[in-house]
Design a protein around this ligand. Structure first.
Ligand SMILES: [Zn+2]
Length: 151
């Protein structure tokens, strides 16, 4: 056995069941097959979004079964935002960020910093945010990636 693996144990990915390594806390690296970041807390809270992954464990299992990438739906994205506070998503090859520096939720283009919209709270964001005149809830099916914002 590789020395680096002494403290690790082999397990199965919580989403796709491929072999993965877990540390003593039940956490591991991203699954090479499906991209799920193994998380003991997600196992304990399978409907909670935004722990180490944006989708909840149950959402990720459903997406995997449907052959889809593990991209959070808008509800999981917003729940993850509530938990984490800064999020990103990619649409039409442009990365957008969402955060609330002074209580007002701002939607902006990550690279240019161009601000797209301001919202009183995340619920108003969910209902009213638009990109190029299209409501988020309508364009979300074309979102290419969802992630935590790393600033
Ligand atoms: Zn997997």
């Amino acid at each position: 056995m590789n020395k680096d693996n002494l403290d690790k144990k082999e397990a199965r990915c919580d989403v796709c069941r491929q072999p993965v390594w877990l540390d003593q806390y039940g956490n591991g690296e991203k699954c090479a097959n499906c991209g799920w970041h193994q998380s003991e807390e997600s196992v304990n809270h399978p409907d909670r979004a935004g722990i180490l992954n944006i989708p909840s464990l149950n959402s990720a299992r459903k997406l995997y079964k449907q052959g889809k990438a593990l991209i959070a739906d808008l509800d999981d994205f917003i729940n993850a935002y509530k938990y984490y506070g800064e999020m990103e998503f990619t649409y039409n090859d442009i990365v957008y960020g969402v955060f609330a520096p002074k209580g007002t939720v701002i939607l902006f283009e990550s690279v240019s910093g161009k601000e797209i919209g301001y919202f009183q709270n995340i619920e108003e964001f969910r209902l009213k945010a638009k990109i190029n005149g299209i409501f988020l809830k309508e364009l979300w099916q074309d979102v290419q990636n969802t992630d935590f914002s790393i600033k």
